[in-house]
Structure formats: structure tokens, C-alpha cells
Design a protein. Structure first.
Ligand SMILES: O=C(CO)[C@H](O)[C@H](O)COP(=O)(O)O
Ligand SMILES: [Co+2]
Length: 217
């Protein structure tokens, strides 16, 4: 069964505590927090103060997906705010290895993220270091986009590398996840699924979290 990390990008920001606690009560495994700077992606969202405010209201693991340029400038502050895992895009910095080392030095789980157009060869040297790899299944920046089917082969290729070398990282997928696409990702080797609009744009978001789990059971 896949682990589910609802993305609060599609939550009601005026009722964020309610929407986070709903996810926790519904059996979510983590909370996905999309941080955008208007530079790396053409959108703005949350910062570290949102992470700090959410920390005391949930015991869910806080999975912070940084879609910002030169993320090494901020990883210390996100760790201090209460992040449990910090994801940085390989495309967002000249010093990705250093950024991941900074995350680990801060005592937080480290994740490398790859955009749809970025080949896995860009992250091969990083695989022994990371706790999680995030394969973007949409172009980053917005919720509610369509899943890119071509990414299923990329997930399978990453899982092949994982098995071949005995790596222990989790494989997360993000973008366009619903009860159909989650199964294709799970079958290809994904272990964690982010879902924003599928969960929060529903009349019964708690049921949707369960639906994702049932689809991969
Ligand atoms: O990183 C993201 C966008 O850049 C979001 O996590 C993702 O898009 C979730 O939204 P949805 O499930 O609606 O596609
Ligand atoms: Co995300």
C-alpha cells in the first residue's frame, strides 16, 4: 500500500489547521508543503513561517518541497521551523550535493527532486546520499494538472537502480495523482504519493486519502 502525502497547496488557506487535521485523522502518512519563489517556478506559495505555524498543530511528518532557486540559502531555516524532510530540485542549484549535505547536517531527511524533462543521469551520484527521490509527474508550479504518463517508465527505471544497488530511499511522485494514476506509479515502484487537488477539491477529502491507499492495496 502506498504512503499518502496530501499537498496543502489545494487546501483552504483560511482553514489550514482544519484541513491538516482532517488529513491526519484520515490516515495520511505525511503532509506535503509546496514552497514556491516565483523564480524557479512561475508561482508563489508558502514560506518557513507556515511550516513553523503548522508544526505544533500536527504530528504528521512535514515534507517540504522547495521549488526555489539556490535552496541551500534557506534549508537551515526550514529545518529550524520543523521540517522533517526537505526536497531540493537538482535543477535549482549549482551545488546540489552541498544542498543535500546541509539538509542532512541539520538532522532532517534529504530528498532530491527531478523535473519531468530532467534525466535520471543527473542524480545518479546523489542516490547513495538521499532518503527520498521525488519524480515530478507534472511540470512544477501549479496544482490540478494532468499526470504525464511518460513518467511511469522513469519511476520504473529509478526503482531498477534502487534494487540493483540496494539503495533504501523512498520514491515519491507528485502531480496529477488520483486513484488511477497512483496505481501505475505504485506498480512501477513509487512508495509515496503526493495528492493535492484529488484530495482537497473533493466533497469528501478523507475518503479520497483512503481511495489512494485502497487503489494500491
Ligand atoms: O509540487 C506541486 C506542484 O508543483 C504539487 O505538490 C502538486 O502539483 C500537487 O497538486 P495536484 O495533486 O493537484 O497535481
Ligand atoms: Co509538490
Amino acid at each position: 500500500m502506498i504512503k499518502v502525502a496530501p499537498s496543502i497547496l489545494s487546501a483552504d488557506f483560511a482553514n489550514l489547521q482544519r484541513d491538516v487535521q482532517m488529513a491526519e485523522n484520515a490516515g495520511a502518512d505525511a503532509l506535503h508543503i509546496d514552497v514556491m519563489d516565483g523564480q524557479f517556478v512561475p508561482n508563489l506559495s508558502f514560506g518557513m513561517s507556515t511550516v513553523a505555524d503548522l508544526r505544533p498543530v500536527t504530528s504528521l511528518m512535514l515534507d517540504c518541497h522547495l521549488m526555489i532557486m539556490d535552496p541551500e540559502r534557506f534549508v537551515g531555516q526550514f529545518a529550524k521551523a520543523g521540517a522533517d524532510l526537505i526536497g531540493v530540485h537538482v535543477e535549482s542549484t549549482r551545488h546540489i550535493y552541498h544542498a543535500l549535505q546541509l539538509i542532512k547536517d541539520a538532522g532532517v531527511k534529504a530528498e532530491v527532486v527531478v523535473n519531468p524533462g530532467t534525466p535520471l543521469s543527473m542524480i545518479s551520484e546523489l542516490l547513495p546520499l538521499v532518503d527520498q527521490v521525488l519524480i515530478m509527474t507534472v511540470n512544477p508550479g501549479f496544482g490540478g494538472q494532468h499526470f504525464l504518463d511518460q513518467m511511469v517508465a522513469k519511476i520504473a527505471a529509478l526503482n531498477e537502480l534502487k534494487q540493483q544497488h540496494g539503495y533504501r530511499f523512498e520514491i515519491e511522485v507528485d502531480g496529477g495523482i488520483n486513484d488511477q494514476t497512483v496505481k501505475a506509479c505504485y506498480d512501477a515502484g513509487a512508495t509515496v504519493a503526493v495528492a493535492g487537488s484529488y484530495v482537497y477539491d473533493s466533497a469528501d477529502p478523507a475518503q479520497r486519502i483512503q481511495d489512494l491507499k485502497v487503489a494500491t492495496n
